[in-house]
Design a protein. Structure first.
Length: 143
């Protein structure tokens, strides 16, 4: 059965996430209960991986968080692709509440577009399948 990051995002709390480590290139975020939150600039393409050292959802699945700061009303498009896992991306607000889930996805592909107001948001990348690990590429742009 496919696990959905939507449900996990709705339940975010400090006790939901566990197993995080401070690795220096990450920042701590008490809202998400994770000390591996990366700053991210819209327009950047990154190659990353879900692995056992990432923060974890309550079912033990790895999740990567990317902090995005939006300065004016914008529509953000996020795409994630992988040849190794079945991805899902969602956007959370500054309180860790789900703002927008995947619009378009399939095996190894996840995409969403959301109109956002000024503020801080998080892109959360995980796998549909519980505890699946592997490499992925994340891209984004404003429309």
């Amino acid at each position: 059965m496919r696990r959905s990051l939507f449900a996990c995002a709705l339940l975010l709390s400090g006790t939901l996430l566990a197993g995080c480590q401070d690795l220096g290139t990450f920042t701590n975020d008490s809202t998400l209960g994770c000390d591996r939150v990366r700053s991210y600039s819209v327009g950047a393409t990154i190659n990353e991986s879900l692995d056992t050292s990432d923060c974890q959802l309550n079912d033990g699945s790895a999740v990567d968080y990317y902090r995005v700061r939006v300065s004016s009303n914008r529509t953000l498009n996020v795409q994630a692709t992988s040849n190794e896992l079945d991805l899902e991306v969602v956007i959370l607000d500054q309180n860790g509440t789900l703002v927008h889930g995947e619009d378009n996805g399939g095996q190894g592909y996840s995409e969403l577009s959301a109109t956002l107001y000024p503020g801080t948001y998080y892109i959360a990348a995980s796998s549909y399948n519980s505890q699946e690990l592997g490499r992925y590429q994340l891209t984004s742009q404003y429309y």
